[in-house]
Design a protein around this ligand. Structure first.
Ligand SMILES: NC(=O)c1ccc[n+]([C@@H]2O[C@H](COP(=O)([O-])OP(=O)(O)OC[C@H]3O[C@@H](n4cnc5c(N)ncnc54)[C@H](OP(=O)(O)O)[C@@H]3O)[C@@H](O)[C@H]2O)c1
Length: 362
């Protein structure tokens, strides 16, 4: 029997690439959830995502359900939600609000990521297989190796986003406690565009940082940014094409079910190295200096204010155990942004004006 897979977040970076990767699979019927004001607008939104990844031709293979995680019954209507739940064999839950600027979020992380996840869980029958896109950063600021089996280790979180993803995982694990083989948890680190061209339509994390630094370099050429960060701390990135190869393999292979996977780089980059590369690329430099924000020079102070949501990620040495992932067929595991990749990122960001020239940028 064909698998009927319901994918949330298919208009997002990861869900979009994953949908495209599975779209030709003859063993699968794909159903996707799309937020939009009309059916035509929903179809147009996913068409643009597929066009971005070069798979517009697959549009006709998708069944689109117009809905919203923040609405009861996902905004589908009670009967339609019940029919969908009874029909699907698998759910890939990739939708989330991934913004982590707590100053602007005002509860959206909890509403979308926790309440929304509860609503997706309501679709499940006792036989449904569930694939949950979590994040390796549910580890929060845990100072030791975080195992795939770990979840609540008493960690402190950097922001509401991390907390909401942690709470969502707790909900899901509780829901599948009596049938753990049907739950697969996927925990990527920070996801970038494709490994060759850095192409993306999501301009958060390192893309946003690159934009801030580029502005700084334009306003204050040769600026020396001195602020409090740990040069030996690491940032863990994985390109979307690598991630989706792993995800598609896991979704396809019954042997992979029932586990948790840290889908991360095993060779994360240090702040020192990232600072050197970004400095060479943009003509700025960095100095780790523990000074209170009020005593920073004006250029550094403005950068620190604008980059505030990202700075907690420059202060930790997260370590993720990858035992389950290592059992997957070979695939690169040691991505780290280098000069070539950062240059490609800059070229892509300039060409798209950090997404402003793209009709699907997020
Ligand atoms: N990006 C990363 O670095 C990263 C790292 C680790 C884990 N993850 C996890 O991976 C998953 C996918 O992330 P992503 O990077 O692909 O994020 P993304 O590009 O921002 O996509 C998020 C997706 O969720 C959908 N969504 C958000 N709110 C919704 C709502 N209320 N109702 C229905 N759909 C909604 C979005 O729909 P719209 O298009 O309508 O906004 C979009 O399709 C998330 O669970 C995230 O937590 C991401």
């Amino acid at each position: 029997m064909k698998r009927r897979i319901f994918i949330t977040g298919a208009t997002g970076l990861i869900g979009g690439h994953l949908t495209a990767a599975l779209i030709d699979d003859p063993e699968m019927d794909l159903h996707i959830l799309v937020r939009a004001a009309s059916d035509a607008a929903a179809a147009e939104r996913i068409r643009r995502v597929l066009a971005f990844v070069g798979r517009e031709d697959g549009l006709g293979r998708l069944t689109i359900h117009r809905g919203d995680l923040t609405q009861p019954d996902l905004g589908l209507g009670r009967d339609a939600a019940a029919r969908l739940g009874a029909a699907v064999t698998d759910i890939v839950h990739a939708a989330a609000d991934i913004a982590f600027d707590d100053r602007r979020q005002s509860g959206r992380s909890a509403l979308t990521n926790v309440t929304g996840t509860r609503r997706v869980l309501q679709l499940c029958s006792p036989a449904t297989r569930f694939f949950h896109l979590s994040t390796a950063y549910v580890a929060g600021l845990h100072p030791h190796l975080f195992a795939e089996a770990d979840l609540d280790v008493g960690q402190v979180f950097r922001n509401d986003y991390e907390r909401s993803k942690f709470e969502a995982e707790q909900l899901i694990r509780a829901a599948f406690a009596d049938r753990p083989k049907q739950l697969t948890v996927l925990r990527p680190s920070i996801v970038l565009g494709s490994s060759d061209t850095a192409r993306t339509f999501q301009y958060s994390s390192l893309y946003a940082m690159l934009g801030l630094l580029r502005h700084t370099a334009q306003d204050a050429p040769g600026a020396r940014l001195a602020f409090d960060y740990d040069p030996d701390a690491t940032q863990n990135y994985v390109p979307v094409d690598w991630l989706v190869r792993w995800l598609a393999h896991i979704v396809r292979n019954p042997d992979c079910l029932g586990r948790t996977y840290h889908l991360v780089s095993e060779r994360p980059i240090t702040n020192r190295e990232m600072g050197r590369l970004l400095g060479e690329l943009l003509g700025v430099s960095f100095e780790p200096r523990p000074v209170p924000p009020a005593r920073l020079d004006p250029v550094s102070r403005r950068f620190v204010r604008q980059a505030a949501p990202y700075l907690p990620y420059l202060a930790s040495h997260p370590r993720f155990d990858c035992a389950a992932r290592r059992r997957l067929p070979a695939g690169d595991v040691d991505f780290r942004p280098d000069a070539r990749f950062l240059n490609a990122m800059l070229v892509h960001c300039l060409k798209t004006n950090w997404g402003r020239n793209l009709d699907l940028a997020r």
